[in-house]
Every structure is written in structure tokens, then in C-alpha cells.
Design a binder for this molecule. Structure first.
Ligand SMILES: [Mg+2]
Length: 342
């Protein structure tokens, strides 16, 4: 293996992690959505950093305020899934010498507006010249001792929930989304959830992370998935060449195309599903709840939040098997979500 493309993101992280030191006060380190370290006598500290890069996470024509919003919101989404309270942020700014200072100020206004909303202080960072505009955001938050929601706690028979809608984020949501901080905080404080993650790389990939880290399997009822309206709007303009995910699925599903009358309809539904599972950048919460608490959770949720909440399946014992069902029938689906270096 000579390149990162061949190695893949996960293998790279495993290899690098083996090289790096740790300490006794680290409660959750590499491999988790956020790092958890011992803080004071009441709280653990939550650490998270993320990079936002021009022409990768935003375009030169993206409204500057939305660039700043997204740079911070991505990091906050991870803290939200952990149930953490964000406190302080550092920003490393990389910019070419030709960059327009007015645009930078507008970017920082977008970031500041989101920070203010959550009473977060921006306390420093670094500025460096570089070939493209990059914002590296490092956030520190906190949660009471040993209460942080991680990928590791899912147990067989837990119900899997997802907030909001999935797919089609590139049509706008990825620049404007509100990190689910209130929801995550509530889930943690009420001890509702056993495991949680934010959906940044697509449901298929992020659910697999929970299963792997918890040592369990899952069955997802795909007909229940809350697919975003943007997905269907997108399908209208995408034409027959739906998506990479759809193509790999079409190849692996022998059930497609048997009935020429229903074929176009089935195809459209499954293309929509592929988007919901694989597009990524949904920044919704995916979490598991013990079966005996699931009904009470849904009821309590509706009283407090307007955010959509959908039960989409159950955790099973068969690790790390992920079964996608459509009206009780297993679907063959090998499409993966977003992975870097691929
Ligand atoms: Mg995440």
C-alpha cells in the first residue's frame, strides 16, 4: 500500500494512533467523536477540532457568513452528540496573501453569531499564510463526570433514533444547520441515551461506527427513514445518473429491474434512500435508547422540542452486522458513506 487512497481513513487513524502517547487522565481518546479528559472535581472536559477548507467544505462563492457558521457548527455538532456544553474555541486561520480582509471579517461575523448564541468565547488561535483559505476550529466543552455520550454504549434491543431529516444536505443545509446542542444536552442529562454520534459522514457510516465501538449489530427499517425533501428535489434535476451510492447498490441488488412497470418508481425510491444513507453532512443526532425507555423518551421529547425524532430500527446481538430492511425484507446494500482519501 503506497497511498492514503489505498490505505483509507480508518486504517490510517489506527496506524497513527499506535504511534501516539496517552495519559491516565484520558477517559476517551482517538476513535471517539470527541476526546474526554479529566477536568475539575465535577466535570470532564470535551475536546474536538475540525478543519474547513475552501473548495472542499465550501466554495469561493459561498456566502462568507455561512462559511464561518459552518466552521464552528461542525465542531459543535460533535459536542452536541456527546451531550456537552461548549465553552471555549480557538481558531487557526490559514489564508493566501491575496485574500480579501472584508470577506474574512464577514466569515468571522457568521462564526461569532453562532458562538454568541451558545455563550462560547473565542479565546485565540493562530494565523498563517497558505495556498487556500482554511479554518481550523478547536473547541473545549464540558460534561459532568462520566456522563459524556460516546459511541460505545449501545446494547442489544436498544431502539435507534435519529433527529431531523437525512440526505440532500449539499443543497443548502450543510451551510445553515443548527447543531443539536439542546437536544444532546437533554439526552445526556436525562440519561436517556446509551450511545450517540452526530451524522457527518452519512447514516450508513456513522451507525457502523456505533456498532463497531459498542460490539453490536443493528436492523434498520429503511421505510421509516426521514428522507429530506431536498433529496427528492435533487432527484428531479439529477436525471438517470443518480449517485455513486445508488450505482453500487443497483449492481448488488438482484431484485431491481424484474418488473418493468414498477422499475422507475422503485429506482427512484432507492436512489432517494441511497442519498439519505450516504450523502453525509446531515449533522443530525443518531442515538440508542433502552427499549423500556423508548416510548417515554418520544413523549417527553415532543413536549420540549420541535425537532423531528424518528425511531428507525433496533440494536441486535449479531455484531457488527448491519441489516437494512424494506418492509421486513432485507435489502442488499453495500454503499458506504463518505470516507476521506477515497
Ligand atoms: Mg462526529
Amino acid at each position: 500500500v503506497k497511498t492514503l487512497h489505498q490505505l483509507g481513513e480508518r486504517t490510517l487513524i489506527c496506524r497513527l494512533a499506535r504511534l501516539l502517547p496517552t495519559r491516565a487522565d484520558v477517559r476517551a481518546g482517538i476513535g471517539h467523536d470527541v476526546a474526554v479528559v479529566a477536568g475539575d472535581h465535577t466535570h470532564d472536559l470535551l475536546l474536538k477540532s475540525d478543519a474547513l477548507i475552501e473548495n472542499l467544505h465550501f466554495l469561493s462563492q459561498t456566502p462568507p457568513r455561512q462559511i464561518g457558521h459552518k466552521a464552528l457548527a461542525r465542531v459543535l455538532s460533535d459536542l452536541a452528540a456527546a451531550g456537552g456544553e461548549p465553552l471555549w474555541v480557538l481558531i487557526n486561520l490559514v489564508a493566501p496573501h491575496s485574500e480579501n480582509p472584508k470577506r474574512l471579517c464577514a466569515i468571522y461575523r457568521g462564526l461569532a453569531s453562532l458562538a454568541r448564541r451558545h455563550r462560547i468565547a473565542v479565546v485565540g488561535g493562530d494565523t498563517t499564510e497558505g495556498p487556500t483559505l482554511e479554518l481550523h476550529v478547536f473547541a473545549v466543552g464540558r460534561a459532568p463526570h462520566n456522563t459524556t455520550l460516546l459511541r460505545t454504549g449501545a446494547r442489544a434491543s436498544d431502539v435507534i433514533f435519529v433527529t431531523g431529516t437525512l440526505g440532500g444536505s449539499l443543497r443548502g443545509k450543510h451551510l445553515r444547520f443548527a447543531p443539536r446542542l439542546a437536544e444532546g444536552h437533554w439526552l445526556r442529562a436525562g440519561r436517556w441515551a446509551t450511545a450517540a454520534i452526530d451524522i457527518s459522514d452519512g447514516l450508513a457510516t456513522d451507525l457502523a461506527h456505533i456498532l463497531e465501538m459498542s460490539g453490536v449489530g443493528a436492523e434498520v427499517q429503511t421505510e421509516k427513514l426521514p428522507i429530506a425533501a431536498a433529496v427528492f428535489q435533487g432527484l428531479e434535476t439529477e436525471g438517470p445518473d443518480f449517485s455513486k451510492a445508488w450505482k453500487s447498490w443497483a449492481r448488488s441488488s438482484p431484485r431491481l429491474g424484474k418488473n418493468p412497470v414498477t422499475f422507475p418508481k422503485v429506482r427512484k425510491q432507492q436512489a432517494a434512500l441511497a442519498h439519505a444513507l450516504c450523502d453525509g453532512e446531515d449533522f443530525e443526532l443518531l442515538f440508542t435508547v433502552p427499549r423500556r425507555k423508548a416510548a417515554a423518551l418520544a413523549k417527553a421529547w415532543r413536549k420540549i422540542f420541535r425537532t423531528r425524532l424518528t425511531p428507525i430500527g433496533v440494536i441486535t446481538k449479531q455484531k457488527p452486522k448491519l441489516v437494512w430492511l424494506a418492509n421486513g425484507q432485507p435489502l442488499k446494500f453495500r454503499g458506504a458513506g463518505f470516507e476521506h482519501f477515497r
